[in-house]
Design a protein around this ligand. Structure first.
Ligand SMILES: Nc1ncnc2c1ncn2[C@@H]1O[C@H](COP(=O)(O)OP(=O)(O)OP(=O)(O)O)[C@@H](O)[C@H]1O
Length: 333
């Protein structure tokens, strides 16, 4: 939809670095350090209230930290007012100007920044074309679909060629089918050669699909930072594992009972299979369409297994094979 061409100017060599950043509200404190190479996308993923939006607002300059630093390459962002930070922000509700049409919404920031009329015309024309909004240029936002509004907001955030794009739940207000289509468009925009971007989301799939690096936040701290694969296959602790949707976690006592070292372990889905193993009683059968999920009782352990084979019913015995060699040791209980 949008190409790297947008980012020719302005952002070479830029790296985002948050250093010992602190912000305290009554009952909440944020404290983290983070860095992001140029052109990469970082997703801030975490439960509600973990501080994701606060990080974005601090970078954008909508909030001031108590201490710490925020740098983009050589530039100290905290020394600059929001409008001088060269940061584009897309808000959860898109925050389009209702009285301006699509064209003027996209052109707004450029006019404010004093771009010459001809440059604005060319820039907005290009953005309209590449976000497939040209036929809608003269419509006001209330006449647009949710997906179209999202594209206008995106085009507006990108119009001045910002060094950094901040996206707060960019697909949050859209229904599920639209999200699935738009997530791939957004991914194409953010991938190779696209802008450096920070995306806030509470949706793990969205984070995994969009981001090069995912930072999992918990109560104002970073629980873990890594590539989607690293995070999913090697979660740092049981909280992160659970948050990322792993269901088969062993306490140190359970691990020891199975002959593993006495610490918390994750049993990834690849460790479980239907085979020759000992019987596991089906406690609950969940028909999911392509697959069927089973909550099982296996030697006093409650385990979850999903397979395309839906033949076992509640109370029946499923032959479970368990490969303990695949168990992943975790920090914490
Ligand atoms: N201006 C403020 N004044 C007081 N408390 C605030 C303010 N802004 C945020 N908070 C508190 O800081 C905490 C983190 O909020 P934040 O919006 O960053 O979380 P979040 O992870 O983005 O949550 P969500 O996913 O629900 O949007 C919350 O407990 C919130 O109530």
């Amino acid at each position: 939809m949008v190409t790297a061409e947008f980012y020719r100017w302005g952002n070479l060599g830029v790296v985002l670095a948050l250093q010992a950043l602190r912000k305290t509200y009554p009952g909440f404190s944020l404290e983290l350090s983070l860095s992001l190479p140029q052109g990469q996308t970082l997703a801030l993923l975490g439960p509600s209230g973990s501080g994701k939006s606060t990080v974005l607002r601090l970078i954008a300059g909508l909030e001031t930290p108590d201490s710490g630093s925020i740098r983009m390459g050589e530039r100290d962002l905290l020394a600059l007012p929001p409008e001088k930070r060269r940061v584009g922000m897309l808000f959860q509700d898109f925050a389009l100007f209702p009285h301006l049409d699509v064209y003027e919404n996209i052109a707004f920031g450029l006019r404010e920044a004093g771009w010459p009329a001809e440059a604005i015309r060319r820039r907005v024309g290009l953005l309209l074309e590449q976000t497939h909004l040209t036929p809608h240029a003269r419509k006001r936002p209330h006449l647009l679909s949710g997906g179209e509004r999202q594209r206008v907001a995106l085009a507006r955030a990108m119009a001045p060629g910002p060094d950094l794009l901040l996206l707060d739940e960019p697909l949050g207000a859209l229904d599920r089918r639209l999200r699935e289509a738009l997530i791939l468009e957004l991914r194409a925009l953010l991938a190779g050669g696209g802008p450096t971007a920070v995306v806030v989301t509470h949706d793990q799939q969205e984070a995994f699909l969009l981001a090069d690096q995912v930072a999992v936040m918990r109560e104002g701290r970073l629980a873990q930072v890594g590539s989607p694969e690293a995070l999913y296959h090697r979660p740092a602790d049981a909280w992160v594992a659970r948050f990322l949707g792993h269901r088969n976690l062993l306490t140190p006592e359970q691990a020891e009972r199975l002959g593993l070292p006495p610490r918390a372990h994750l049993l990834p889905s690849a460790a479980l299979g239907v085979g020759e193993g000992a019987g596991a009683r089906v406690l609950e059968r969940l028909f999911l369409g392509e697959r069927t999920g089973y909550w099982l009782d296996w030697q006093g352990l409650r385990l979850y297994h999903e397979t395309p084979d839906g033949r076992w019913r509640e109370g029946e015995t499923l032959p479970l094979s368990l490969d303990l060699g695949r168990a992943v040791p975790l920090e914490g209980a």
